[in-house]
Write a protein that binds this ligand. Structure first.
Ligand SMILES: NC(=O)c1ccc[n+]([C@@H]2O[C@H](COP(=O)([O-])OP(=O)(O)OC[C@H]3O[C@@H](n4cnc5c(N)ncnc54)[C@H](OP(=O)(O)O)[C@@H]3O)[C@@H](O)[C@H]2O)c1
Length: 307
């Protein structure tokens, strides 16, 4: 048996409880990790609430968590390129909020030496989501990109990828996060009413594209107005809002871009152009508090569970 955090009904973070689950055995193509850190993503809370049941159905008991970093402790029969003892990070196939989890061997990458466990558990979803969205926007150096929700777990990585690609980046965040956004290379603006005017003030030559991580209908409408159409506006935050606004949505069902995303992240890390922000770590047993903080929606970087 192994320790995990699970839910047996949908609801608030109160439904999360510690439990013992069967120690998962790796099947063909799989490995088992001793989890050292698990990324807490907004999708974890959305699934827990029951809101995602149509698009991402789960069965109970359900262990949340889609990304982790840890040490390989068992390999499936046909896995040859990953050995027991290797330190890795990436997407997991069983819940990451656990002492042990299974993953497809192909979904894991060696943990970069310069990253600690929490940083490694923070990298995959943020980098892959960023890469997938920026690719769809077909950006070119010198263009101006508006990022809504630029201070969060994905947003802070998106800002740095975009700056690294030679873009001028305008990022929305509350005032408290403006100094941090500036340090990442973005021009910060406050979100909410009057955004179009504030953005035009800092981008007199216009905005070429917009990447939304906030999920507010007004932010999408403002993006359409600023870019002059729906063609170069994309959101990852809310598929329904995207549809209503006539802009593109990209989600986990789209082609996975983990490998080029991580390659770009490693290049930026190696040249000092990417700093991974861990907002706060919680012990595994405090997963409910971690999700409550995630749901409050003001993380300055990634929330991580340590195991
Ligand atoms: N579709 C996909 O593939 C995919 C993948 C990953 C994430 N996502 C989604 O992307 C969204 C962001 O994820 P995340 O991990 O970056 O979340 P996060 O770390 O919780 O980020 C929250 C950020 O949103 C900002 N924010 C709050 N209200 C805002 C508003 N009205 N306008 C602009 N920014 C606002 C906050 O900034 P302040 O503190 O300054 O207010 C905070 O920095 C979530 O909805 C998540 O589910 C989708």
């Amino acid at each position: 048996m192994t320790k995990a955090i699970a839910l047996t009904e949908f609801g608030s973070a109160d439904v999360l409880h510690a439990t013992d689950i069967e120690l998962p055995e790796p099947g063909p193509g799989q490995v088992r990790l001793a989890v050292r850190a698990a990324g807490v993503n907004p999708i974890d809370s959305k699934i827990r609430s029951g809101a995602m049941q149509e698009v991402f159905p789960v069965t109970f008991p359900y262990v949340p968590g889609v990304e982790a970093a840890g040490v390989i402790e068992a390999v499936g029969p046909d896995v040859t390129h990953l050995a027991v003892g290797t330190e890795v990070f990436g997407r997991v196939a069983t819940g990451a909020y656990a002492e042990q989890a299974l993953a497809s061997a192909d979904a894991l990458l060696p943990k970069p030496a310069g990253l600690d466990w929490a940083e490694a558990a923070s990298l995959l979803v943020a980098a892959e989501t960023t890469y997938r969205a920026l690719e769809r926007l077909d950006l070119h150096p010198g263009e101006t990109l508006l990022i809504h929700g630029a201070a969060g777990g994905v947003g802070s990585v998106a800002v740095q990828f975009a700056v690294g690609r030679g873009l001028k980046v305008i990022g929305t965040a509350s005032e408290a996060n403006h100094a941090r956004l500036r340090s990442l290379g973005a021009v910060p603006v406050v979100y909410g009413d009057g955004l179009v005017a504030r953005v035009r003030e800092v981008a007199p030559d216009g905005v070429d594209a917009a990447f939304d991580l906030a999920g507010r209908p007004q932010a999408l409408a403002d993006s359409v107005e600023l870019t002059g159409g729906t063609a170069r506006v994309i959101t990852v935050a809310n598929a329904a809002t995207a549809k209503e606004s006539g802009v593109a949505f990209t989600g986990g069902g789209d082609a996975d871009r983990s490998r080029p995303a991580v390659a770009e992240a490693l290049e930026l890390l190696a040249t000092g152009k990417l700093r991974l922000a861990v907002h706060r770590t919680y012990p595994l047993a405090q997963a409910a508090d971690a999700q409550r903080e995630s749901e409050a929606g003001h993380a300055t970087g990634k929330i991580v569970l340590t195991v």
